[in-house]
Design a protein around this ligand. Structure first.
Ligand code: AMP
Length: 513
């Protein structure tokens, strides 16, 4: 197939009958609203014409911080259609974060919500941005007003595989947030591989309940449905009860692990409620084996866990088809077709099956580098061109990848490596434990001391000494937490990732180190 960029690839997937429903809103102003494929075609043409009317330089960045809406998705598509670079910003970002992104990315256009216009436009104009539009989640704002005056005809820009399509800023838990530059080739190749690997088929309907400023909701979920010409049921915010009600009309659901645990909290989650569903997919953070098992028990479905990141889109997935193997709990499956995954130790030697090391990847999905950070980019690639993911894991004897944590979360105590995932797994299996996070804190004798932060199940009383006592019988002493904190909840970001940096900050001086 000739590649002409991500918009052209997605547009090819639209069904022949453009009057069919492409997206139906499940919540938000005016819901339910139905958008046809023709609406997407026209809406993106008109918005692309707004951008074209600005005569922007090639490669201009369009930075967008809005609430989730169908029009916001259309804006993303319009940026691709017009051939510019899309820069989504987490809707939770505040002033000093937005200021950093505007200074770093120097966008030609900024789109924000009407309520944030005053302060964002001030930052944008003082940073050199010439155009600021607003877009509300109720179809208000200057972007749509301008688009309404535009032609419904627009010839999509033709893009090459190595042209830049988007910049995704990493969550930046340490140091400066880095802009991962993704090309059209990255996005198109990954969308096509996933369409095949997850068996997207005629009649599929996706429940879209994820934010669209992140790789998961923006690329994996939206691209999947658009490329397959599949209808989406569109939630602007996650609502477990309402989601379960819509399973009867849908076939595909994608979520981060927290969405699955919240769905499990609903009495309405039954095999009958899920009988129309074809596949449930999880990613962005580790899925606890307990959640995996509970889901199978409660719904009769086995979750497909996959692994990816902003810099690489999707890398591995548990098999969808039985012929490709079982879906193995606690693993993220096999490398996707065309993706290379290897695990190497600190000396750069390949790790044999079962041995833990750094995960490195290669393939048409791997990004073009960090925006305006050539040295950082060089540091993160090996001499033979593999990207160092920063994740630590192993490939088991059957070829499944298992992630044990981020390399920066590795705890080194008295010279011994402790992989938090191992200890967390043991703690999570204990009676009354909902979840846990294991971190390392500065320690005067050991360099770092192991500490566990544990959340009890509702109504359960937990005692740190009992947890420590039980671990002592099962693992080497150096791995046993020196202190256990029992808390109501773990700090998480919007993608459900536990923010260990915040836990480390909070308990920093514990050992006086
Ligand atoms: P982001 O760039 O925000 O998508 O974050 C990517 C990181 O999320 C990866 O480098 C992993 O550390 C983590 N991640 C994504 N999917 C999984 C998964 N299925 N299991 C464990 N960690 C995951």
């Amino acid at each position: 197939m000739v590649n002409a960029g991500i918009f052209a690839a997605l547009r090819d997937g639209f069904p022949a009958d453009l009057d069919r429903i492409a997206i139906e809103t499940a919540d938000g102003p005016g819901a339910p609203l139905a958008y046809t494929w023709r609406d997407l075609e026209r809406g993106t043409a008109m918005m692309a014409n707004v951008l074209a009317s600005l005569h922007l330089a090639d490669g201009s960045r369009i930075a967008v911080q809005t609430d989730k809406s169908v029009e916001a998705l259309m804006l993303y598509l319009a940026v691709q259609r017009a051939g510019y670079v899309y820069l989504p910003l987490n809707s939770a970002y505040q002033q000093h974060e937005i200021e950093y992104f505007i200074r770093d990315a120097e966008p030609a256009v900024v789109v924000c919500t009407p309520k944030n216009f005053t302060w964002i436009s001030r930052l944008a104009f003082s940073g050199g941005t010439k155009n600021v539009f607003t877009l509300g989640d109720d179809r208000t704002g200057s972007l749509l007003e301008r688009a309404a005056l535009m032609s419904e005809q627009h010839a999509p820009a033709v893009k090459r595989d190595d042209d830049l399509a988007a910049i995704l800023y990493t969550s930046g838990t340490t140091g400066r947030s880095k802009g991962a530059m993704l090309t059209h080739g990255n996005l198109v190749s990954n969308a096509r591989v996933l369409k095949d690997y997850w068996g997207w088929q005629l009649g599929d309907v996706l429940i879209h309940a994820l934010p669209i400023f992140h790789v998961h909701g923006l690329f994996v979920a939206s691209h999947g449905a658009l490329l397959n010409g599949s209808k989406m049921i569109w939630f602007s915010r996650f609502d477990p009860k309402a989601t379960i009600e819509r399973f009867a009309e849908a076939t595909v659901f994608m979520g981060v692990p927290t969405l699955y645990t919240r769905l499990l909290g609903e009495a309405g989650l039954t095999p009958d409620a899920c009988r129309h569903m074809r596949v449930f997919i999880s990613g962005s953070a580790p899925l606890q084996v307990e959640t995996f098992d509970a889901w199978r028990e409660r719904t009769g479905h086995t979750i497909v866990e996959r692994y990816g990141m902003s810099e690489t889109v999707m890398l591995t997935s548990n098999p969808y088809r039985e012929a490709d193997g079982e879906r193995r709990r606690g693993t993220v499956g096999f490398p996707l077709p065309g993706v290379g995954v290897r695990v190497r130790n600190e000396r750069g030697e390949p790790c044999p099956a079962g041995e833990i090391g750094g995960i490195e990847v290669k393939g048409p999905n791997v990004f073009a580098g960090y925006w305006r950070m050539p040295e950082k980019t060089q540091e993160e690639f090996t001499a033979d061109g593999w990207f160092k993911t920063g994740d630590v894991g192993l490939i088991d004897e059957r070829g499944y990848l298992r992630i044990v944590g981020r390399s920066k979360d590795l705890v080194i105590t008295g010279g011994y490596n402790v992989y938090p995932a191992e200890i967390e797994g043991l703690i999570n299996e204990m009676d009354g434990v909902a979840e846990s996070a294991v971190i390392g804190l500065p320690h005067p004798d050991f360099g770092e001391g192991v500490v566990a932060v544990v959340v009890p199940k509702p109504g359960a009383a937990l005692d740190g000494d009992t947890i420590v006592g039980s671990l002592k019988q099962r693992i080497a002493n150096f791995k046993v937490p020196k202190q256990v904190f029992v808390v109501d909840e773990l700090p998480r970001n919007t993608m459900g990732k536990v923010q260990k940096n915040l836990l480390r900050q909070q308990h920093q001086g514990l050992f006086g180190g």
